[in-house]
Write a protein that binds this ligand. Structure first.
Ligand code: AHM
Ligand code: MG
Length: 336
């Protein structure tokens, strides 16, 4: 029976990616190995996040743990775990993390053909109150055998070979695209495995939710202001949109992907380039949105066509359902 097969024939993320990669005759399992190290990092952070409250209590007894080491903050801990996992995979050459000002260049003995850009624990303002947070990552291939440089990651998002995020929420979910659609895997804690639960996610063509930090409204530009006004007071007889804003990009984008709608982090007078980082926030989420049938726009162009000049560069971003992003594109076009 189909139902029995489901329970006894588990599609783990490793099996899924092995299947996908076997379509490429030149594939030698490197990507699968890299991904399994990313998955390890996600499982570690998931367990750390779930124990975070407890670690705090222990911390209160004194700032050091029983080994006499100072307790590391969750975001620093997560970064250390990902950097170690990625380096030890033997499949990476350049790493860019939100937590580290400089890129990490892997030593020759451990080098491999991939470059990984990531935010190990995004949504820092939500860590201490138990609201969903996540890890975001994007993967490029190294296209030469010379000494790696930051130029190897200062490439447009459309050159990424894979992108994904892991959300540490009411369940732990990993959402991944290797360029053939978007697939969601849920961590089965009893198995310690991510199991395919959301195959081929497609974002609704139009949504009824908008997601933005409206506290910044006084500093917005014309098109963003007009768009949000339209969400609240539509003049074409359509119903007003609902507002949802967690303040964790992973949670807000995840909801947008599943329910449809639009997520905005626009430019404002105080932050002319917005807040979110091109390499490890804007690009991976834009990659996933396009793969799911949605769009991602910067206010000027397709987000994935940006060519970053610095590893921690920022950009405004509008992403979500195809039709909703079309509307904001029209407002920016009118404004020119
Ligand atoms: P962080 O990297 O410091 O955690 O900031 C990124 C977060 C995103 O997850 C979220 O979309 C955004 O910042 C929220 O910003 P704001 O609090 O300005 O609305
Ligand atoms: Mg971040």
């Amino acid at each position: 029976h189909a139902a029995d097969a489901h329970r006894t024939d588990l599609m783990t993320i490793t099996r899924f990616v092995l299947n996908e990669q076997s379509k490429y005759p030149e594939s030698r399992g490197d990507f699968t190995i890299l991904l399994s190290h990313i998955v390890l990092g996600c499982k570690f952070v998931c367990s750390a996040v779930n124990k975070a409250g407890l670690a705090k209590l222990i911390g209160l007894a004194g700032e050091t743990n029983i080994q006499g080491e100072e307790q590391k903050k969750l975001d620093v801990l997560s970064n250390d775990v990902f950097v170690n996992a990625l380096v030890s995979s033997g499949r990476t050459s350049v790493l860019v993390s939100e937590e580290d000002e400089e890129a990490t260049f892997v030593e020759p003995s451990h080098r491999g053909k991939y470059c990984v850009v990531f935010d190990p624990l995004d949504g820092s303002s939500n860590i201490d109150c138990g609201v969903s947070i996540g890890t975001i990552f994007g993967i490029y291939t190294l296209d030469h055998t010379d000494e790696p440089t930051t130029e190897d990651v200062l490439k447009p998002g459309n050159e990424m070979v894979a992108a994904g995020y892991c959300m540490y929420g009411s369940s732990c979910m990993l959402v991944l695209s290797t360029g053939t659609g978007v697939h969601g895997f849920t961590l089965d804690p009893s198995l310690g495995e991510f199991i395919l639960t959301h195959p081929d996610i497609k974002i609704p063509k139009k949504g009824n939710i908008y997601s933005v930090n409206e506290g910044n409204a006084q500093n917005w530009d014309g098109p963003t202001t007009k768009y949000v006004e339209k969400c609240k007071f539509p003049k074409d007889g359509s119903p007003a949109k609902s507002l949802r804003y967690v303040g964790s990009m992973v949670a807000d984008v995840h909801r947008t992907l599943l329910y449809g709608g639009i997520f905005l982090y626009p430019a404002d007078k105080k932050s002319p380039n917005g807040k979110l980082r091109v390499l490890y926030e804007v690009f991976p989420m834009s990659f996933l949105m396009e793969q799911a049938g949605g769009q991602a726009f910067t206010g000027q162009k397709r987000a994935l066509d940006l060519v970053p000049e610095k590893i921690h560069e920022r950009s405004p971003i509008f992403l979500g359902s195809y039709d909703d992003v079309e509307e904001i594109k029209a407002l920016y076009a009118e404004d020119e």
